[in-house]
Design a protein around this ligand. Structure first.
Ligand code: ZN
Length: 82
């Protein structure tokens, strides 16, 4: 669990998400950020929506709206390429 987000990181990520939702309203990215904020409110943020695995803090810091762990993302990318 050393890789989990601290409360401070969560706050920083939340404000980042809120900024994107405001500044990029109407875009697909804003939708993803809004969904991430909802997961944050329900306490599900930081876990893969497919398999429930914890998403690494580094991945969330780089792309705060991600909903999938690297494994599920790779599978999804393969599907989309096909
Ligand atoms: Zn997953």
């Amino acid at each position: 669990m050393s890789d989990s987000l601290s409360a401070q990181q969560l706050l920083r990520i939340r404000s980042k998400l809120e900024t994107i939702v405001t500044e990029q309203a109407g875009t697909r990215r804003a939708d993803h950020c809004e969904a991430a904020l909802q997961r944050m409110r329900s306490g599900e943020y930081g876990y893969c929506v497919e398999c429930g695995e914890e998403i690494s803090a580094a991945r969330l810091a780089a792309k705060p709206e991600v909903a999938l762990c690297v494994d599920c993302q790779a599978l999804k990318d393969e599907e989309e390429d096909a």
